[in-house]
Design a protein around this ligand. Structure first.
Ligand SMILES: Nc1ncnc2c1ncn2[C@@H]1O[C@H](COP(=O)(O)OP(=O)(O)OP(=O)(O)O)[C@@H](O)[C@H]1O
Length: 598
């Protein structure tokens, strides 16, 4: 009972996506009622055909009956065309809207959501689950409704034709319905499991394809092939169970249905032989009984699908109701009334640090017991550069993530010109920041698109100027199609240094106040490194910059250097002072100098 109520409420939640098209729905409903009525009246045509035509041996009446039946068939074709078109249109439309809504929602979710949910699973929500819903809205649901209508209509007509036979039908129908209800629940459970295992297969393959080079270089193809086969076989085993249940369900329904019809023919036939009813009546009666039977069979068939759709809808609604931990608009909990504060850079002051970490504590949601940042206080003035150094895992990248508000501190605050960044619209905050990561993200598009990602409305001249400033223009010109060259998936057709320079061009075009830089550690050759270095110098000019520093040159030239260890700030100062006072820095610097000498 609760499962039924539940599935109903889940399907009802789809209503919000259907509401905008209630007019189409209404017309589809009218066409549906119309065709159901016509289908039912064909039974009367059959009665006329037999009683007035065949039995009375009148060819005029026969012709009349045939014309009536053809006329009815014509109307039914028209009604069916309208219903089919409108209902399928509705299915496609609603699913298109749903896909957009789910995608729009996903891209606003906090990054940690994607750490706990595999991307393959999320993709399967967007594709498989929505496709399932399309079938439901665009066909199954209307089939169920049409069957329900014909069932009711046929039942009423039966009762008017012959009460005794109707009673036999009425006893037969619950016998047919019982197994449907019993098995429906089982099928539903298996459907959800089946859907989940398909998602597992998808995300497994996705991961292997993403890491294909690693798989091949470690010659792990046979292992991966076996592991994938296991996933596929799991999915198959679950699907097999579901299919068996459904097949059983259909077989039982057919058996019961034909059993009931045979009983009907036997009792009705005897009545006709005894002259208690006409041949036309019996034919019409059997016609209606078969319609009722097939309506029930259709419902049983569709019921399983509706159950699967409930699973899919549930998952989609679950996904849509995940709240982002980092709201796009100013968080009301921290919201400040003063409007000017939403653009804190307009009230620049040389006394207030442009960026400040105030007693910041943070741990990643997936690791509640391991702090990634501890009691951190760090200031940076406008126009200055701050280098972050420290051993691997010290928390350097985490600080950049916190600054962009991919996560919020568990305690303490981060301020931009004195304003807590949680009070800012995230878009306003991020508009002022550009990041050049170690592994630049490039899209499967051409060079124009990738550089313009920093400022979509930039004209070609501005893009080229940015590429020139980033030392990228020359190599772009040498690509097969220049700026129109497609970069391939993940920009794989470019070298590491070239990708970096494209990322720098993108940041130059964005022209942000604040620059977050994660220097590439991967060895660039001397020439490439020099070009990247030159590009970075252009980019850093007159900007407030925080750099995760791996290069000696950066460390030496930074206005200030913060030394981090295990999430804590252990020392801060310039190169010279730190060499004297911070053993950890001295150690790191010695390593750097050694490297530089090599
Ligand atoms: N998404 C994440 N979820 C859970 N823990 C994380 C996540 N990202 C980083 N950590 C952990 O947080 C700590 C700080 O990591 P962070 O990446 O900030 O270090 P880092 O100083 O930038 O290191 P590296 O120089 O090696 O890049 C590490 O212990 C790391 O394992």
């Amino acid at each position: 009972m609760t499962a039924k109520a539940n599935s109903l409420s889940v399907l009802l939640s789809l209503w919000q996506f259907m509401r905008p098209y209630s007019k189409t729905l209404l017309f589809a409903g009218l066409a549906l009622v119309f065709t159901a009525a016509i289908t039912l009246s064909i039974g009367q045509g059959v009665r006329l055909l037999i009683d007035e035509g065949f039995v009375a041996q009148s060819s005029d009446a026969l012709a009349n009956a045939v014309v009536i039946i053809i006329g009815l068939a014509f109307l039914m074709a028209l009604g069916t065309y309208t219903r089919f078109y409108l209902v399928s249109w509705l299915g496609e439309r609603v699913v298109a809207d749903l896909r957009k809504a789910v995608f729009d929602h996903i891209i606003t979710l906090h990054p940690s959501y994607f750490e706990t949910n595999r991307s393959g699973e999320i993709m399967s929500r967007l594709t498989t689950d929505t496709a399932l819903l399309k079938n439901i809205i665009g066909s199954s649901f209307s089939m169920a409704l049409r069957s329900a209508l014909t069932f009711i209509g046929a039942l009423i007509l039966l009762l008017f034709t012959n009460l005794k036979l109707s009673l036999i039908v009425l006893v037969g129908v619950p016998l047919v319905l019982l197994p449907i209800l019993l098995y429906g629940r089982r099928v539903r459970k298996l459907s959800k499991a089946s859907q989940d295992s398909i998602a597992d297969v998808g995300s497994y393959a996705g991961e292997i394809i993403q890491h294909i080079k690693t798989v091949q270089s470690y010659t792990q193809e046979p292992h991966e092939s076996r592991a994938f086969a296991r996933e596929v076989e799991n999915a198959f085993a679950v699907a097999k169970k579901r299919v068996r249940q459904r097949a059983l369900l259909i077989a039982i329904v057919i058996l019961l249905m034909f059993g009931a019809i045979s009983g009907l023919l036997w009792v009705g036939g005897n009545d006709m032989i005894a002259g208690r009813m006409s041949g036309g009546d019996l034919a019409a009666f059997v016609f209606y009984a078969i319609m009722m039977g097939s309506a029930v069979a259709t419902i049983s068939e569709v019921y399983g699908e509706l159950q699967r759709a409930t699973g899919a809808t549930e998952r989609l609604i679950d996904l849509l109701s995940v709240k982002t931990l980092i709201p796009v608009l100013a968080n009301s909990k921290y919201a400040v009334k003063d409007k000017t504060i939403n653009n804190p850079l307009t009230k620049g002051s040389s006394e207030i640090p442009l960026l400040a970490f105030n007693n910041v504590n943070f741990h990643y949601p997936s690791r509640p017991d391991t702090p990634a940042v501890c009691n951190l206080n760090l200031h940076i003035l406008e126009g200055q550069s701050l280098a972050l150094v420290g051993p691997s895992g010290a928390g350097k990248s985490t600080l950049l993530e916190l600054l962009q508000r991919f996560y919020d501190p568990s305690q303490g605050s981060i301020t931009l010109n004195g304003t807590d960044i949680r009070t800012l619209d995230t878009a306003t905050l991020r508009q002022h920041i550009a990041v050049v990561p170690q592994e630049p993200a490039l899209f499967t598009e051409n060079v124009w698109y990738n550089i313009r990602y920093g400022k979509p409305d930039a004209n070609d001249g501005q893009v080229i100027a940015a590429a020139k400033a980033a030392n990228a223009h020359e190599f772009i010109e040498q690509l097969p199609d220049g700026y129109n060259s497609h970069l391939g998936e993940q920009g794989t057709r470019l070298s590491g240094g070239q990708k970096q320079r494209l990322a720098i061009a993108r940041a130059i075009l964005k022209d942000p106040k604040i620059l977050l830089l994660d220097e590439a550690t991967s060895a660039l050759d001397a020439d490439s490194e020099h070009r990247v270095q030159q590009a970075l110098e252009v980019l850093m000019k007159n900007r407030t910059t925080i750099i995760i520093a791996h290069r000696l040159a950066t460390i030496l030239h930074a206005d200030s250097i913060a030394v981090l260890e295990a999430g804590q700030l252990v020392a801060q100062g310039n190169h010279k002072a730190l060499l004297e006072h911070s053993p950890l820095y001295k150690h790191l610097a010695d390593l750097q100098f050694q490297e530089a000498r090599i």
